[in-house]
Design a protein around this ligand. Structure first.
Ligand SMILES: NC(=O)c1ccc[n+]([C@@H]2O[C@H](COP(=O)([O-])OP(=O)(O)OC[C@H]3O[C@@H](n4cnc5c(N)ncnc54)[C@H](OP(=O)(O)O)[C@@H]3O)[C@@H](O)[C@H]2O)c1
Length: 286
């Protein structure tokens, strides 16, 4: 790491009960940061609090989709250590379903959890940060925040909304000490798809095989800490799947063709034909 996290920095992480958020909590605890950890499951939060191995950790269990509770939760978080220096909007929920079959309650839950909750939390913390001329928002987006893919309509819409909101905020408050880091993970080995919803609101419940060889949550967390410490505007973290972002930018018609087939299978088929990459990117069963 080229720079250090200042010891005592107050960092609030949502979605700290599992996956990337849990790894981030443990990584930040090792830097001497003071932590506030959130998620819906109080018992899982207490486990992560123990794993952090420091007394400087508070937990605030709450449901981000309960929008009316957000100003109160923000006040609770500020009361823990007197201020929040860095807000990590990590909590997220995916839905895997075609647009035609996605119900309104699922649209609402995905939008509230991934976008509206974080947006309202940001607005609640912002005035005090502007007054101090110091505040950092770290936003865990997704490649689905940069392009839409089959079965990810609701999730991609919510992640795109995050980009619009936080890029606007970054430009508005640049001169008043507010920093925004947008993190775009590729495939990270977590249970995100197991936790995902179906179009009717049931549990998707499967871990897709594309995650078999994916980057670990711990490695992803280390890279996020580094990007935040160096105040990056945007960082893409993952493996070769992240090339899809460049493909969209430079060859959008080929990107569209790949996306409308099964994106992962097609990508692996193409890369598998390139001898030097072939062994690594032979199509997994999915
Ligand atoms: N894994 C990947 O490949 C990948 C790729 C791109 C982006 N991401 C993003 O990375 C972030 C972390 O995901 P992950 O992969 O670590 O998945 P995960 O293990 O499923 O973690 C999701 C976290 O969000 C919390 N959460 C979900 N709904 C919530 C709600 N309504 N209120 C409060 N907390 C809620 C969950 O806690 P509770 O269940 O306790 O509420 C959990 O801690 C998400 O924003 C996800 O979109 C992940």
């Amino acid at each position: 790491m080229s720079e250090q996290v200042s010891a005592g920095t107050v960092i609030w992480i949502t979605g700290a009960t599992s996956g990337i958020g849990r790894s981030l909590a443990i990584a930040y605890a090792a830097t001497g940061a003071r932590l506030i950890l959130s998620g819906r499951r109080a018992d899982a939060l207490a486990d992560v609090q123990r794993q952090c191995g420091t007394t400087n950790v508070h937990t605030i269990p709450f449901d981000l989709a309960d929008l009316d509770s957000i100003p109160g939760r923000a006040a609770e978080a500020v009361a823990c250590f007197g201020q929040v220096d860095t807000m990590v909007h990590n909590a997220g929920l995916a839905a895997r379903e075609r647009v035609v079959n996605t119900s309104r309650p699922v649209h609402e839950q995905i939008l509230h959890t991934n976008y509206l909750g974080p947006a309202l939390l940001t607005q609640a913390l912002l005035p005090a940060m502007i007054e101090r001329h110091d505040g950092h928002f770290v936003v865990i987006s997704s490649m689905a925040g940069t392009y839409g893919s089959p079965q990810l309509g609701a999730y991609a819409a919510a992640k795109h909304a995050l980009h619009g909101f936080f890029e606007s905020l970054r430009a508005e408050e640049y001169d008043r000490g507010i920093v925004v880091t947008l993190v775009i993970p590729g495939f990270i080995k977590t249970d995100i798809t197991a936790h995902a919803l179906t179009g009717s609101g049931g549990s998707y419940g499967r871990v897709l095989s594309v995650y078999d060889n994916a980057m670990s949550a711990d490695e992803c967390a280390r890279k996020i800490v580094q990007a935040v410490t160096t105040r990056r505007q945007e960082v893409v973290i993952g493996g070769v799947e992240t090339w899809m972002i460049q493909l969209k930018r430079w060859l959008p018609r080929i990107h569209a063709m790949v996306i409308r087939s099964h994106p992962v299978r097609t990508r692996n088929k193409i890369l598998g034909r390139i001898p030097i990459l072939g062994r690594r990117w032979r199509t997994p069963k999915s």
